[in-house]
Design a protein around this ligand. Structure first.
Ligand code: ADP
Ligand code: MG
Length: 348
């Protein structure tokens, strides 16, 4: 997709708006991250949050341009392993690696502000143009946010809960100006986690709200968590892949296309081939895929430290008429989405 937007699925509306854009005769639901820099995804376990993140990451991986995408699995389930080795992608798995990635992203954001400030001071001194080029986009996405939060040590260290929340709040407040985007995906808090959940000053920064609840639907607590409205759940389509996005006064129900995890041993052959076919080639195609969840890490020089490599020519998908289209083997129909009912098997 791009133009500062990430594809989420087929819009279940006929009214175009900033969240439902026409493409190939269809309305596609998008997160316009250039305008609305940070997002929150809420839904019960099994609702389709991770599937939606995989669809979104696939869209970014196929989009032209340079960027760094840090995909964090807070529970350490290796959910994003399929993206390992792609240009600009960094994976973290589990509590500590995710906390290190958050620290590194915060550090990178601070570095970008410092560099920009220096350029402006130099421009003041010389009365010339500030020598500062906007840096590559840096996306920091954390799946299983609450589980990760709860697992963080309650210590005063940089990798402890207090500092991690502070880093995220600062990224939420300042990230946009220097191209840093934050996305948190989570289930609702239970009684134990309410105190350490999602602080109001962090949630307020996540202005793109998405419910990915699928067949489970959205209960009133989840609905309040996602939309600050206990009744919004009634407007979420209750079907496989059913989801709702809200930004300010705009709201669109949509359907997330099915995209299997091709690294899951239970995924069917058809689904696996379709998923691999959507991704650009690995940077190191000769390296055998790892058996273990990636330790690619957010460490070495920070997530943006040279990670946003230029895409190989074969990876350019700019000519695709629709997200995930272009006549390639695809789990989606010709319009770029696929009804979950006609997936290639492997669905419960
Ligand atoms: N868009 C979709 N289309 C069809 N089935 C889906 C879709 N999203 C999720 N599912 C089904 O729901 C299951 C759980 O999805 P998942 O994304 O892991 O949910 P969560 O991360 O919210 O727990 C998937 O394994 C799949 O069977
Ligand atoms: Mg999940």
């Amino acid at each position: 997709m791009n133009g500062g937007r990430i594809y989420l699925g087929r819009a279940l509306t006929h009214q175009p708006n900033p969240l439902a854009v026409p493409l190939g005769g269809r309305l596609l639901t998008v997160w316009p991250y250039q305008q609305v820099p940070h997002a929150l995804i809420v839904g019960a376990t099994g609702g389709g949050k991770t599937t939606l993140l995989r669809v979104m990451a696939t869209d970014l991986a196929r989009s032209p341009g340079r960027r760094a995408v840090v995909l964090c699995d807070g529970k350490g389930a290796g959910s994003f392993l399929m993206f390992d080795g792609l240009a600009g992608v960094v994976l973290t798995n589990g509590t500590t690696e995710t906390a290190e990635a958050v620290s590194a992203a915060h550090q990178e954001m601070t570095r970008r502000f410092t560099t920009r400030e220096q350029a402006r001071q130099q421009a003041t001194a010389t009365r010339a143009r500030a020598a500062w080029t906007p840096p590559d986009e840096l996306h920091l996405w954390i799946d299983e946010y609450l589980a990760w939060m709860l697992d963080l040590p309650d210590s005063d260290s940089e990798l402890g809960r207090k500092h991690q929340v502070r880093f995220l709040v600062r990224i939420g407040q300042l990230g946009r100006e220097v191209g840093v985007h934050l996305l948190l995906a989570t289930q609702r808090p239970d009684a134990r986690s309410i105190d350490v959940g999602l602080p109001g000053n962090l949630k307020a920064q996540l202005r793109c709200r998405i419910a990915a609840s699928g067949l489970m639907g959205l209960d009133s607590i989840e609905s309040r968590m996602a939309f600050d409205d206990p009744d919004a759940g009634e407007r979420v389509p209750v079907e496989l892949g059913g989801a709702l996005i809200q930004v300010g006064r705009h709201e669109v129900g949509f359907r997330v296309p099915w995209l299997a995890d091709p690294t899951d041993p239970e995924t069917s052959d058809t689904d696996r081939q379709a998923a691999w076919a959507l991704l650009p080639p690995r940077l190191d195609p000769t390296v055998a895929p790892q058996a273990e969840p990636s330790r690619n890490g957010g460490q070495a020089g920070g997530p943006a430290g040279g990670q946003a490599g230029a895409r190989s020519p074969a990876a350019g998908r700019a000519a695709d008429p629709t997200p995930f289209g272009g006549g390639r083997a695809s789990p989606h129909s010709e319009d770029g989405t696929k009804d979950p009912a006609d997936n290639g098997g492997g669905q419960p």
